[in-house]
Design a protein around this ligand. Structure first.
Ligand code: PXP
Length: 250
C-alpha cells in the first residue's frame, strides 16, 4: 500500500492563543514543528467568526511554511475571495454553523449540488485542488464526482464516536458499521476517480482501521494531537501518529 499523507490541523493552537488575546502559542510555529516531525501538510479552518484561525494566520502559513496548505472553509463569497487571493494548495469545503463547537456532519452535496458546482470550478480553474468534506454515503460521493471535485474527505466522526470505548481492540473497529460505510464510500470514490481523504475525531486508538482502507491517501488530524501535545509535546504527538499510520501501510 502507498504511504498515507498526514495533514496536521493547527486550529486549536490558535484557540489557545486567542484565549489570552496575544501571539502565543503561534500556529505558524506549530506548523513548522509538525513539518519537522513528519507532517505532509498543514490544515487550517478559517471560520466565518474567526474563532481560532485568522486571516493573518492563513497568509503566514501560506508564505512561511513550506508544506501544502489545505484551507478548510465554508462555501461563502467571502471565503471564496480569500481562497482565490491566497491560493492555498487545496481547499476543503465544509458545512459551517455558527453555534457548533466543531464541524458536525458532512457537507450535504446532494442538496447543494447546484451551488457547489461553480465554486468548485472557480477554485480548480485557479489551480486549487478541491475536496468536499462529506459523510461516507454513496449519493454524496456520486455528487462530488459529478460536479468535478478532485477529492472527497470522508467524515470519520460517526466512526470515532462508535468506537470511542477506551482502547477497543482493532478487530472490533473493523466490524463496526461505520467502518463498513467508510470502506465502501472510499472504494466508490476511488472508482469514480476521486482522491480519498478522511478525518475528524481520529486518535492513536482509532486511526488503525482507517489507515488500513487502501483507497485513502490522506488523513487530516487536529484536536486529539494538539491535546496530546500538552502532555508529550507536539513533535512526539505527530511522530507517534505518523508511526502508527506508517505501520499499517508497511
Ligand atoms: N477534516 C475536516 C474537514 C475538519 O473539519 C476537521 C475538524 O476541523 C478535521 C479534519 C480534524 O478533525 P479533528 O480536529 O477532530 O482531528
Amino acid at each position: 500500500m502507498s504511504k498515507l499523507r498526514l495533514g496536521i490541523n493547527i486550529d486549536h493552537v490558535a484557540t489557545l492563543r486567542n484565549a489570552r488575546g496575544g501571539a502565543h502559542p503561534c500556529p505558524v510555529r506549530a506548523a513548522l514543528l509538525a513539518m519537522e516531525a513528519g507532517a505532509d501538510g498543514i490544515t487550517a479552518h478559517l471560520r466565518e467568526d474567526r474563532r481560532h484561525i485568522r486571516d493573518s494566520d492563513i497568509a503566514r502559513l501560506r508564505t512561511e511554511v513550506p508544506l501544502p496548505l489545505n484551507l478548510e472553509m465554508a462555501m461563502t463569497e467571502e471565503m471564496l475571495r480569500i481562497a482565490l487571493k491566497t491560493k492555498p494548495h487545496a481547499v476543503c469545503l465544509v458545512p459551517e454553523k455558527r453555534q457548533e463547537l466543531t464541524t458536525e456532519g458532512g457537507l450535504d452535496a446532494v442538496r447543494l449540488e447546484k451551488e457547489l458546482r461553480p465554486v468548485v470550478a472557480k477554485l480548480q480553474d485557479a489551480g486549487i485542488r478541491v475536496s468536499l468534506f462529506i459523510d461516507p454515503d454513496t449519493a454524496q460521493v456520486e455528487v462530488a464526482s459529478r460536479i468535478g471535485a478532485r477529492a472527497v474527505e470522508l467524515h470519520t466522526g460517526a466512526y470515532a464516536e462508535q468506537v470511542s470505548g477506551d482502547r477497543c481492540r482493532l478487530s472490533e473497529h473493523h466490524l463496526s458499521p461505520a467502518t463498513c460505510h467508510l470502506t465502501s464510500a472510499a472504494k466508490l470514490a476511488s472508482q469514480l476517480g476521486l482522491e480519498v481523504h478522511a478525518g475528524h475525531g481520529l486518535t492513536y486508538d482509532n486511526v488503525g482501521p482507517i489507515a488500513a482502507i487502501p483507497e485513502i491517501v490522506e488523513l487530516n488530524i487536529g484536536h486529539f494531537l494538539i491535546g496530546e501535545a500538552v502532555f508529550t509535546g507536539l513533535r512526539e504527538a505527530v511522530q507517534r501518529m505518523r508511526a502508527l499510520m506508517d505501520k499499517v501501510r508497511a
